[in-house]
Ligand binder design. Sequence first.
Ligand SMILES: Nc1ncnc2c1ncn2[C@@H]1O[C@H](COP(=O)(O)OP(=O)(O)OP(=O)(O)O)[C@@H](O)[C@H]1O
Ligand SMILES: [Mg+2]
Length: 309
Amino acid sequence: MKEHELSLLGLKRRIIEKLVRAGFATVEDLLYHSSREIMDRTGLPKKVVDNILGRAAVIADSGFKTAYEMLATERTKITTGCKNLDKLLRGGIEIGNITEVFGEHGSGKSQFAMQLAVMVQLSPNEGGLGKKAIYIDTEGSFSPSRIEAIARSRGLDPNLVLSRIIYKRVAGVFELLHSIRKAPRLAREHDVGVLIVDSLTAPFRLEYQGLAELAERQQKIEGALMKLARIASYEKIAVLITNQVVESPGTKKTDIGSVGGHVVAHVSNLRILFRKGLGNKRIAMIEDSSFIPLGETIFVINDRGITDP
Ligand SMILES: Nc1ncnc2c1ncn2[C@@H]1O[C@H](COP(=O)(O)OP(=O)(O)OP(=O)(O)O)[C@@H](O)[C@H]1O
Ligand SMILES: [Mg+2]
């Protein structure tokens, strides 16, 4: 997304100064925040902030497109590198939206995330975007040697692939939120095609423990998801988040209660449940989608990454 100067908003100098002092440098900076956040940071009243956001939307508007134009001119999916999964997902992981992979420990969420960081680098005629990945790792499960193996098995230069993954290990919620705030600019500067957060929910679970803090946790996760949704849409990139869920005994497999609960379900556009099968087999299931029929498929995890059985 192209950035526009605040002066284009045609506001009084006093108001521009307040925005700048609160850390908003461009029209696009404003659009990344809710009116509530802008009110809190600037002290401006709601009426004024709504007016500013209305003007910002007009200036940032790059024009509508017909659905046909979109289909014809833009690749909208990134291949997963596994035919079964691509078929389930109608082509792969979608650009402009959040995809959530959730499932129990060892179900393959991090493996999938690493594979996508490689797949996005493939050329468009191979199903990728020829672009880089941003990888925010909250659990330390990212493995460069695993990336090398996945890249090599696809005939790619491992060092080149590694150099095109912008990696950040974050320790907690506040570092994570800071990294998410920095992501849009990074995405623009580095020609990024996918932003991965593995895991999104783990740091929130550590920071906000117990029932008393549940509401606050949900609210914070929702805030992060709204930011990620804006990044996906404005920067036209795919966002992949993972979410570990714990299987509660005595319930059906699909009754797994996810950590982010309904909040995550609400904001992410597509949720895929990963389950363990026999040996290295895994089952992927579309949980909830307005644009993809429900269904499930099988994939395996092996030394080449995530592949067809
Ligand atoms: N090189 C490899 N060859 C074969 N299988 C592998 C390889 N590396 C990892 N795996 C398998 O991948 C699985 C782990 O998957 P992954 O780490 O993606 O799980 P996860 O869903 O992220 O779990 P968690 O919720 O704990 O983060 C293990 O079953 C492991 O055996
Ligand atoms: Mg993991």
